[in-house]
Ligand binder design. Sequence first.
Ligand code: ATP
Ligand code: MG
Length: 248
Amino acid sequence: MALLEVRDLHKSFGDTVVLDGVSMSVEKGDVIAVLGPSGGGKTTFLRCINFLETADSGSLVFDGVTHDMAHITKKQISEIRLHTGFVFQNYNLFRNKTALQNVTEGLLIARHMDKAEAEEKGMRMLEKVGMADRAAHYPSQLSGGQQQRVAIARALAADPEIIYFDEPTSALDPELIGEVLNVMRQLADEGMTMIVVTHEMDFARNVSSRTIFMEHGKIVEEGESKAFFESPREERTREFLRLEDRRF
Ligand SMILES: Nc1ncnc2c1ncn2[C@@H]1O[C@H](COP(=O)(O)OP(=O)(O)OP(=O)(O)O)[C@@H](O)[C@H]1O
Ligand SMILES: [Mg+2]
């Protein structure tokens, strides 16, 4: 049984059709790279499946339970969110909280964990991303790469079944990208299920198990990552991959 299944997801903003019937199935342990040109609907897709945006239609099956995405209740959303993590392009850390407080916030508020237990867990998560020595630092005292690693620790603290990443390295200076990708690669090796919207072709090619190419709100092509990069079927995919190669 798939961990997550999205069926025929549609979303428009006014007259603009942004998602035009997107379906995908994610097995436990899958690392799915989502590629595509700017404006193709990648962020909207992640926001819809995490209910930060309400889909016009579509269903989402999570852990065997089917939800009508256009009519899901707040309670159902909270239930699903207990099992999912989200890592944003711009980290979205609380500026007035330390690294450790950012990680423990959700454990204290959403999960009612006691403070000592939350802090113990928070420190373990910071250790996992190599940030334990900066636990008392505020975001303004951390580099972008360090802030993003704290954001990953925050996502991990909830023991999610799946983590969604929206271009987690695209706001970073080139020399800081590697440290974040290394953490993500380590999570992949440990079997974490992830959907990663990215322009990092090496990550897609070498770390992800499946790659999806999305444009104009539709999946143009998807496949096992090795085959996707070695022998893309669609001419449009080949063109996109050539252009991405030239960007760097
Ligand atoms: N809240 C919104 N209101 C109106 N239009 C929106 C909104 N959010 C996104 N859009 C439009 O939806 C389209 C898809 O945007 P989206 O951010 O999902 O693309 P993307 O693939 O993530 O692009 P990028 O690679 O630049 O991040 C764009 O045309 C965008 O202008
Ligand atoms: Mg985007």
